[in-house]
Design a protein around this ligand. Structure first.
Ligand code: NAP
Length: 268
């Protein structure tokens, strides 16, 4: 590739998110953090939502600012309506609008179904399913005013794939699959696209117990046709493309990023 072509391609990459205002929930860690940093690099203005870890969120803000980007951290529990409203109104007050919402915040609670505490089920549904409902409603009301916007839900291969011990998580992600399809139809007349991204096993703190145990890690890698877990940056690059105007004809569907895991017989 000639130097000029390389420069043009690089310029296009940066232009694709230039000045878009993006809210990313749960952006102080893992996949959300990687999306925030990549979007900052691609010149978006980024809101880092976090819950309870201001230092981690401020570190992401600093990383983006050190790379000449714009970012601000806003604390909000995505399962609480008043906190979500506050996060979106603060974003509009400080950055003017919301162009893209990434519903990334999520939790897992493992236990056999017969022993699963009701409180665990409620909490997983509240964060992983009600959270995207609340955040999408608040953000889409702003997007509808300009008849333009994109909602990206970080779902999971478990929106389709059963996972014993994680019934609440699977129910939440399965619900998110239908929420995406339904809202894509309801919001299309308002100019808002809704897309799910379904990662397989990604190298983040949520998987710490599996990835820090060599035997469990090896067993997991054997389930993945590409033979490795994914990196959060690989998910981030996909999300940046989906957030850009280049992806304007994609809505109401799930994009899987899993190294082939979903097609492996007997997987997880
Ligand atoms: P992670 O590193 O544990 O990050 C989860 C983030 O969500 C944290 O920043 C956490 O904040 C935040 N969060 C939790 N509850 C919240 C709430 N009520 N309000 C606001 N933020 C909240 O995990 P991750 O792997 O990056 O997960 C990100 C998303 O990807 C999740 O939706 C997960 O289901 C999905 N996913 C992950 C994988 C994977 O293999 N890693 C695979 C498929 C899908 P605190 O740190 O303050 O608690």
């Amino acid at each position: 590739m000639s130097t000029i072509t390389a420069h043009v391609e690089q310029a296009n990459e940066y232009k694709s998110l230039k000045d878009k205002v993006v809210v990313i929930t749960g952006a102080s860690s893992g996949i959300g953090r990687a999306i925030a940093i990549e979007m900052g690099r691609q010149s978006a203005k980024v809101v880092i939502n976090y819950l309870g870890k201001p230092d981690a969120a401020e570190e992401v803000v600093r990383d983006i600012e050190n790379d000449h980007g714009t970012a601000l951290a806003i604390e909000a529990d995505v399962s609480k309506s008043d906190q979500v409203q506050h996060m979106i109104s603060q974003t509009v007050a400080q950055l003017g609008r919301v162009d893209v919402l990434v519903n990334n915040a999520g939790i897992e609670k493992e236990s056999p179904f017969l022993e699963k505490p009701e409180s665990d089920f409620d909490m997983v549904i509240a964060v992983n399913l009600k959270g995207p409902f609340l955040c999408t409603q608040a953000a889409a009301r702003d997007m509808a005013k300009r008849r333009k916007g994109t909602i990206i839900n970080i779902s999971s291969v478990h929106e389709d794939l059963p996972f014993p011990g994680y019934s609440a998580y699977c129910a939440a992600k399965g619900g998110l699959r239908m929420l995406c399809r339904d809202l894509a139809l309801e919001l299309a007349p308002h100019g808002v696209n809704v897309i799910n991204v379904a990662p397989g096993a990604i190298n983040t703190p949520i998987n710490e117990r599996t990835l820090s145990d060599p035997e469990k890690k090896l067993a997991l890698k054997r389930e993945i046709p590409l033979g490795r877990v994914g990196e959060p940056q690989e998910v981030a690059k996909l999300v940046c493309y989906l957030a850009s105007d280049d992806a304007s004809y994609i809505t109401g569907t799930t994009i899987v990023i899993d190294g082939g895991l979903m097609h492996q017989t007997g997987s997880l």
